[in-house]
Design a protein around this ligand. Structure first.
Ligand SMILES: C[C@](O)(C(=O)O)[C@H](CC(=O)O)C(=O)O
Length: 288
């Protein structure tokens, strides 16, 4: 089922953050129906740096293509600001679409951007963002590639201005809305009161961020259609990796950490080694 049809269903779509083939495979094996390729998770892991617009669109497209090659699930990709003006955003649309994205999320910050839950964000004018959305819609090869318009205005211009921007982005052709970093349950309800039923609404669960953390079913109850948990996987893995390196450094051996690790066969199961080798054998001697 395409993402557009899936979003028409009543049940909320939970898209966990991923940043490479392994996390995509693990999320798919856990049973998720869609993935969120998080710019933050890519910056945290590939660069070891904050989500402040340092990653390039090519790095993201590369990652997108690796994930599309590994799993068959629809992927929502974080397109940040589109990497410039309307023309840059059009190029980003074409690049990410070719790499296999099912939806692009684009935001109204200036370029370079920063994580929506950091302070001191700055925005482009509303009309410029509306133009960017329309330009992206015009550039896409398929109408099934969705545009999720994000506004970061709550922290910059206030809540009412954020709703006004969101209205303008709907008019410009957004397929779904992402109003970033509402600060209370009350603000979340005001968002769903205004937009639920008109187009899908995305809620962003950032551990320790500005928005109260809710479960997927609570978000569904409020009227959201998509819940992303973008950076959680990196927070979990970074904690484990820190403990792992400390243990190896202290003991000169992985044995004390054994219970928290896959062994050789365990990891091979996760990455599908047997199935791949069998597939390879199928083609041996294929000349007849
Ligand atoms: C959604 C987000 O754009 C992302 O890159 O995943 C980030 C998430 C984060 O920083 O943890 C965001 O700006 O909210």
């Amino acid at each position: 089922m395409g993402l557009r049809d899936r979003l028409a269903a009543d049940e909320i779509l939970v898209a966990p953050g991923v940043y490479d083939g392994l996390t995509a495979a693990l999320a798919s094996q856990a049973g998720f129906e869609a993935l969120y390729l998080s710019g933050a998770a890519v910056a945290y892991t590939r660069l070891g740096r904050p989500d402040i617009g340092l990653s390039t669109s090519s790095e993201m497209a590369d990652t997108m293509a690796l994930i599309a090659d590994r799993v068959a699930l629809p992927v929502i990709i974080d397109a940040d600001t589109g990497f410039g003006n309307a023309l840059n955003a059009q190029r980003t649309m074409r690049l990410y679409e070719r790499a296999g994205a099912s939806a692009l999320q684009v935001e109204d910050q200036t370029y370079p951007k920063r994580c929506g839950h950091l302070s001191d964000k700055t925005l482009i004018p509303r009309s410029e963002m509306a133009g960017k959305i329309a330009a992206m819609a015009d550039a896409r090869a398929s109408d099934d590639t969705l545009i999720i318009a994000r506004t970061d205005a709550i922290a910059v211009e206030g809540f009412d201005a954020a709703l006004e921007r969101a209205e303008a982005y709907v008019t410009a052709g957004a397929d779904a809305l992402f109003i970033e970093a509402p600060r209370s349950r009350d603000q979340m309800t005001r968002i769903t009161d205004q937009f639920a039923g008109r187009l899908p609404l995305l809620a962003n669960m950032v551990e320790g961020g500005a928005t109260p953390i809710s479960t997927a079913s609570e978000l569904q109850e409020l009227g959201f259609s998509i819940a992303i948990f973008p950076g959680g996987i990196v927070r979990a893995l970074a904690r484990t990796a820190q403990d792992y390196y400390a243990s190896l450094h202290a003991h000169g051996s992985n044995t004390p950490f054994k219970q928290r690790m896959f062994d050789f066969d365990g990891l091979n199961d996760v990455i599908g080694t047997d199935a791949m080798l069998a597939e390879g054998r199928k083609w041996e001697g294929a000349d007849g």
